[in-house]
Design a binder for this molecule. Structure first.
Ligand code: NAG
Ligand code: NAG
Ligand code: NAG
Length: 329
């Protein structure tokens, strides 16, 4: 499928060699994929492979509540929870959620995802730092990925990106290795798994994403460039998917990337877009949610207005409810 083939980051760059042992490196040999940099980053607009994160709206709204399971509609339980959240967001207790209140709430939720990712990465670091010297080498990491005995591995050099399978990990590793000594300490390792946690790496990522998209080489991205399909034969069966893909990316471009609305995304705008902690995201998301749900157009949300847009806020739909009924009876 085109969406899967068009992985922007994977198209970037060439060979990066990192000294590793001579072992058969194939992603099919990985036993512990939970140690790899996650593709999907909660509370961030873009996934690591460059696709738009479709879960962003309710991730930004729910924060860690997501882990309770999406607020399922079942037995009105989800409704009650959503009303409870409404009152938490409504700080001044006037039974209306203002843009300011929603913005603060969303920023706190995105920060929750961010901190959770950091603490998960630190746990993974403890796990992969086998010799407990507070550094992780590529071979140490890799032995854990494949569940191999570190002593059985060979320390001779080998490029890790054979068949480009580890290209993303290799790039993340190199970008995170601030002092360039090939081994990562804990804070570098967090950035390896979550490049969006470091301003310097965000800039590198922005360059890496912009360069292949910037067809006319003017240093900024137009909506045409951002929604461009990779060349080659167009499969008629995929035309509909392609259209959907382009529509989603156009919306993302206009809503969340092109901050000054001049039709171009500059490197500065791209860096802000990639930094989940930038307040712009909370502000824009609050505006977006209010715009969609605010039926009486008073610029604020009432309880009813929020409940009527249940799926937007929770990611759970009536369809799920209908399915539950259908499955049970
Ligand atoms: C490496 O592993 C892959 C997948 O298990 C296998 O298909 C391939 O033949 C192996 N290559 C070598 C050189 O052992
Ligand atoms: C380790 O690497 C060296 C040099 O490439 C090679 O000669 C040797 O056979 C390797 N040993 C193992 C166990 O793979
Ligand atoms: C890791 O190394 C970087 C320099 O590359 C340094 O700035 C940072 O403080 C170190 N972090 C830890 C936890 O030692």
């Amino acid at each position: 499928m085109l969406l899967i083939i068009f992985k922007i980051i994977c198209l970037v760059g060439s060979t990066i060699s990192i000294p590793v042992g001579k072992l058969n490196i194939s992603k099919t040999n990985i036993l512990h994929s939970e140690l790899l940099p996650p593709d999907h980053i909660r509370g961030a607009h873009l996934e690591q492979d460059g696709d738009v994160n479709k879960e962003f709206h309710h991730e930004a709204f729910l924060g860690k509540l997501l882990d309770d399971g999406k607020l399922e509609w079942e037995n009105y339980g989800g409704y009650k929870k959503l009303i409870k959240i409404f009152h938490q967001v409504d700080k001044n207790k006037d039974h209306k959620i203002s843009h300011e209140e929603l913005k603060e709430w969303i920023h706190d939720r995105i920060t929750e995802h961010f901190n959770e990712a950091k603490s998960n990465s630190e746990k993974i670091f403890e796990r992969v730092d086998l010799n407990k010297d507070k550094f992780v080498s590529w071979i140490e990491y890799k032995s854990q990925l494949m569940d191999l005995d570190l002593n059985s591995l060979n320390n001779s050099d080998q490029a890790i990106d054979e068949k480009n399978e580890f290209l993303r990990e290799a790039k993340n590793w190199k970008n995170a290795d601030y002092d360039g000594n090939n081994i990562l300490n804990m804070s570098e390792f967090v950035v390896f798994l979550h490049p969006e946690h470091n301003k310097r790496v965000i800039e590198i990522m922005a360059d890496e994403l912009i360069t292949p998209m910037d067809v006319n080489k003017d240093g900024k991205i137009s909506v045409e460039e951002f929604t461009r399909l990779p060349g080659g034969i167009v499969d008629p069966e995929e035309a509909e998917l392609d259209k959907q893909y382009q529509k989603e990316r156009k919306e993302e471009f206009e809503r969340d990337m092109d901050a000054d609305g001049d039709g171009f995304v500059t490197k500065e705008e791209f860096c802000i877009y990639l930094d989940p902690r930038h307040f712009q995201h909370a502000s824009k998301e609050a505006k977006y949610l209010i715009n969609i749900a605010d039926q009486d157009k008073d610029g604020k949300l009432s309880e009813d207005e929020m409940l009527l847009k249940y799926q937007l806020f929770t990611g759970s739909s009536f369809n799920d409810y209908v399915k539950i009924l259908h499955d049970e009876f």
